[in-house]
Ligand binder design. Structure first.
Ligand code: MG
Length: 349
């Protein structure tokens, strides 16, 4: 349960830190962000709390997922749709993405099939991925994989009805489940490639916009195949060949090579990719994890929320400066949701 609490709380920390009230989310220079952090006195000198350090859309929508799963409202997909729509009422100063705004405007929770929206050729962003770690925490067991696939895809395409978008939700949910089971990150990418054909079977089986989904399907798997091949991780066995990339500028260049439209970590395929790369390179070091996944020139609050959540699941809160999480906005809700998800997934001790 400590691991779950750390995962949920640190996902909010990664968001608030990477966001810095918009200043760092939209800064395109990792070196500049690191210079500004040094001026602040480093991570240990920061107290993450509003108004300078609010959580952004990532945490508000991740809470919608987590609390929807944790309260066990039924039917579940209607409950999640209702919560995503409601969450958009708490977006002042949090910079929600365009597909989240459009998608929630199209949802009709409570109506038959009201959790479905049309296919969106532009729905490739990471907005579904960033709110999906809780799905893995709720369904961590290997026998629950079909449920994890269904819930991550359907919740993901409530706003991001494009494979590059909603497969990001599947990836992050899967990483959460594997992390909760104690599987090392070296295995996570190979497991994702193994699961993708099962995900396609699900999408085809629903009969919803099958032709559009089929045409847009290959990119995500090809991008992940290329990345894992480059790291020697196609078989899921270490040690990974992760380049050291010691400077913020080198990391910005590397992440840019994976990105769509020149915005690293912005999309459903590369937000989890930046997160996984950072976990592999940082190991047990929180500082290094932040340097690589949270403080870079791309979509830093979203890669930060995914990576810091996964890191917390493995390492807990002990290695994190208290000022980063003690006064975090929505800390109590994140903690409570973690406790309820743990009880549902593993039984009450
Ligand atoms: Mg955000």
């Amino acid at each position: 349960v400590e691991a779950y609490e750390a995962a949920m709380v640190l996902s909010g920390v990664g968001d608030a830190l990477g966001y810095r009230a918009g200043r760092w989310e939209y800064c395109t220079s990792g070196p500049q962000i690191h210079a500004e952090l040094a001026q602040l006195g480093g991570l240990a000198a920061i107290s993450l709390e509003p108004p300078e350090w609010p959580v952004s859309d990532d945490t508000v929508l991740h809470l919608a997922t987590a609390e929807g799963l944790a309260t066990g409202g039924e039917p579940l997909l209607q409950e999640l749709a209702r919560r995503y729509v409601a969450a958009m009422g708490d977006m002042e100063g949090r910079k929600p993405g365009p597909s989240s705004i459009l998608g929630t405007s199209q949802l009709r929770p409570g109506e038959p099939e009201g959790y479905r929206i049309p296919f969106n050729p532009r729905g490739t962003g990471c907005g579904a991925a960033m709110r999906s770690l809780a799905i893995g925490l709720r369904y961590p067991h290997a026998c629950e994989l079909p449920t994890l696939i269904r819930v991550s895809i359907e919740s993901g395409r409530m706003t991001h009805h494009h494979p590059t978008g909603y497969l990001g939700a599947l990836a992050v949910a899967l990483f959460g489940a594997l992390g909760a089971r104690g599987e090392p990150p070296e295995r996570w990418g190979a497991e994702l490639l193994r699961v993708l054909p099962l995900a396609w079977d699900y999408v085809e089986g629903t009969g919803v916009a099958v032709e559009d989904n089929a045409a847009a399907w290959p990119f995500f798997g090809e991008a992940w195949h290329r990345y894992l091949d480059s790291r020697g991780l196609l078989e899921g066995r270490g040690p990974p060949r992760v380049p050291s990339l010691p400077s913020p500028a080198e990391r910005d260049t590397e992440y840019l090579g994976w990105a769509l439209e020149g915005w690293p970590g912005r999309s459903g395929h590369d937000a989890p990719m930046v997160a996984l790369e950072s976990l592999l390179a940082a190991g047990r070091s929180w500082e290094e994890l932040c340097a690589r996944a949270v403080l870079h020139g791309g979509d830093s609050d979203s890669t930060g929320t995914i990576a810091a959540g996964c890191w917390g699941l493995r390492e807990g809160l002990a290695g994190v400066p208290p000022g980063l999480h003690c006064r975090l906005e929505h800390r109590g809700r994140l903690r409570d949701a973690a406790h309820r998800l743990h009880a549902l997934a593993w039984g009450t001790p």
